[in-house]
Design a protein around this ligand. Structure first.
Ligand code: NAP
Length: 256
């Protein structure tokens, strides 16, 4: 018996990193998954991989800032798979980094829209589908940045990720009586294309520094964060709601 048998899940940011690993893990645990990101070829490849492993996936490409995409994903889950039980709202961007005085309003808006407004849009269409099902689990990938740590040059990112935690608390209160659980997942440094350790020009000294910030002295693999998402998605977390759930290798408790 797999832990997500008979469940239907949406996974955003599924073309890469944490989202890709989570979609594959959810499918291997029995969920039928709707996967999305802008890069069609990557999500088509993921859907083919899931199908080859005996799972079921539907790939729908689009921009997470687009309200029509949020609606289309839920409609597709309902039409193709009969409903929706889980949404892992994971797509995100670090965006432009730098001193606040040098940040353009356009960069600020892009980061807030990609990380925070997309979370609102996702929930707006996902919640009625979960209500129709009589319950479910919403998960948003936030970050320790903006919650337990303030990192210079990351003001827009931190504000967007902290904003998600506020959204999660309000939704958890709003929806708990309807058996809908809502949680933020806060990864520590994770070895994905979005990590500063993989930014162009970032050398071994950057990796060593970021690793040293974590109590475990290493980055996470995307599969390790996917397992935390699986926990929050599954009935194993049946009494877990409204949390900022850290899976951060101890970066939040490490001080020198
Ligand atoms: P990643 O490998 O770069 O994945 C980011 C995903 O988001 C990609 O699938 C990307 O797909 C999608 N995405 C970005 N902008 C989008 C847009 N406008 N429309 C649709 N999809 C969009 O990075 P990751 O580390 O797995 O990031 C996943 C989440 O974890 C993010 O929310 C990130 O902030 C968070 N996080 C990461 C770390 C870390 O150290 N890696 C730590 C804490 C939190 P396309 O480019 O194909 O659209």
């Amino acid at each position: 018996m797999t832990v997500l048998s008979n469940k239907v899940a949406i996974v955003t940011g599924a073309s890469s990193g944490i989202g890709r690993a989570a979609a594959a893990l959810f499918a291997s645990e029995g969920a039928r998954v709707v996967v999305t990101a802008r890069r069609q070829a990557e999500i088509d490849g993921l859907a083919a991989e899931i199908a080859a492993a005996g799972g079921e996936a539907l790939a729908i490409a689009g921009d997470i800032r687009d309200e029509a995409l949020a609606q289309r994903l839920v409609e597709a889950a309902t039409k193709r798979f009969g409903g929706l039980d889980i949404a892992f709202n994971n797509a995100g961007t670090v965006g432009e980094m730098g001193p606040i005085a040098e940040m353009s309003p356009d960069s600020w808006r892009e980061i807030l829209e990609t990380n925070l407004t997309s979370a609102f849009l996702g929930a707006k269409y996902q919640v009625p589908a979960l209500q129709a099902r009589g319950g479910g689990s919403l998960i948003f990938t936030s970050s320790f940045v903006g919650y337990t740590a303030g990192l210079a040059g990351m003001s827009a990112y931190a504000a967007s990720k902290a904003g998600q935690i506020g959204l999660v608390k309000a939704l958890a209160a709003e929806l708990g009586s309807q058996r809908i659980r809502v949680n933020a997942l806060l990864p520590g440094g994770t070895d994905t294309p979005a990590s500063v350790t993989n930014a162009p020009g970032s050398g071994p000294e950057v990796l060593a520094f970021v690793e040293s910030l974590h109590a475990l002295k290493r980055l996470a693999r995307p599969q390790e964060i996917a397992k935390a998402a699986l926990f929050l998605a599954s009935d194993a977390a049946s009494f877990v709601t409204g949390t900022a759930f850290l899976a951060d290798g101890g970066v939040s408790i490490q001080r020198g």
